[in-house]
Ligand binder design. Structure first.
Ligand SMILES: Cc1cc2nc3c(=O)[nH]c(=O)nc-3n(C[C@H](O)[C@H](O)[C@H](O)COP(=O)(O)O)c2cc1C
Length: 245
């Protein structure tokens, strides 16, 4: 599965079966996490079964089954760090999808006290990403939750006013943004034109989590554009600009 297929196929997995994840797949995720930590100044930690991964308590109202592995999303607590956490965390999520694994960004509906990784001064636990195999058939409850949240999907032209007449690579970028995950599917980001290129802004910030959504959306846009042959990169933070090479 290539990364664009991973974007198409990925959903937030809220129903896990008890199949153990193979160690070589966990090693690949660990390598991706280490790269992200180094590039983004983060401390994401893969908590494997032997480290107590199955002790994470997810809300029973949202989740079924108990995955045996999770990623603790630990990093400093400023806006740009959250942006980078979204970007590099989503790289791990898309790799997991390519490996046939289910994941879900979880910032709210879990018990923080069951996360086994100690925090150092200045660090915050921003959330977790459970990792495991999805149940063969998604239970009705999880299907209903997802359908209700995805009803809020925004239209491409509401994300970027110039969408209809934009070049194919920008349209592909916006399409990939909309397919990505965001907290309560809020899709809080907007693209605007600036003299240096398109910029990703957050016009309606209600909490701190939108900056994680922003980083996720930046990665998706970049991958969509790349798939249309345009390579580029973002500057961090709200108002960050996409510069093509
Ligand atoms: C930063 C972030 C935090 C999230 N927190 C939660 C959460 O606490 N509980 C939950 O069930 N889903 C959570 N989600 C998953 C979103 O609800 C989900 O991505 C969105 O509804 C879109 O659905 P999809 O990911 O299945 O496409 C979170 C997603 C993101 C990006």
């Amino acid at each position: 599965m290539d990364i664009m297929q991973a974007i198409e196929k990925r959903i937030s997995c809220r129903a896990y079966d008890d199949r153990a994840v193979e160690a070589d797949k966990l090693d690949q995720l660990a390598a991706c996490i280490e790269e992200g930590n180094a590039a983004g100044g983060l401390r994401m930690v893969l908590v494997r079964p032997e480290d107590g991964g199955a002790n994470l308590k997810l809300s029973g109202a949202m989740f079924s089954g108990r995955p045996s592995t999770y990623i603790a999303l630990i990093a400093a607590d400023d806006e740009e760090t959250r942006d980078r956490l979204g970007y590099y965390g989503e790289k791990v999520v898309l790799l997991a999808e390519q490996l046939g694994l289910g994941t879900c960004w979880v910032a709210g509906t879990y018990d923080q006290s069951t996360v086994a990784v100690a925090r150092q001064d200045g660090e915050k636990l921003h959330g977790v990403i459970p990792v495991g195999y999805a149940m063969a058939k998604m239970p009705l409850k999880q299907r209903t939750v997802r359908a209700a949240l995805r009803k809020r999907d925004r239209k491409p032209a509401d994300v970027y006013a110039g969408y209809a007449s934009a070049p194919a690579w920008i349209r592909a970028g916006v399409d990939a943004m909309i397919k990505g995950p965001s907290a309560v599917n809020g899709q809080p980001w907007v693209l605007v034109d600036t003299p240096s290129g398109v910029a990703a802004t957050l016009p309606r910030i209600k909490s701190t989590v939108e900056y994680i959504d922003l980083g996720i959306a930046k990665l998706h846009f970049q991958l969509g554009a790349l798939n249309e042959g345009v390579e580029g990169s973002w500057t961090w933070g709200a108002g960050g600009v996409f510069t093509t090479e």
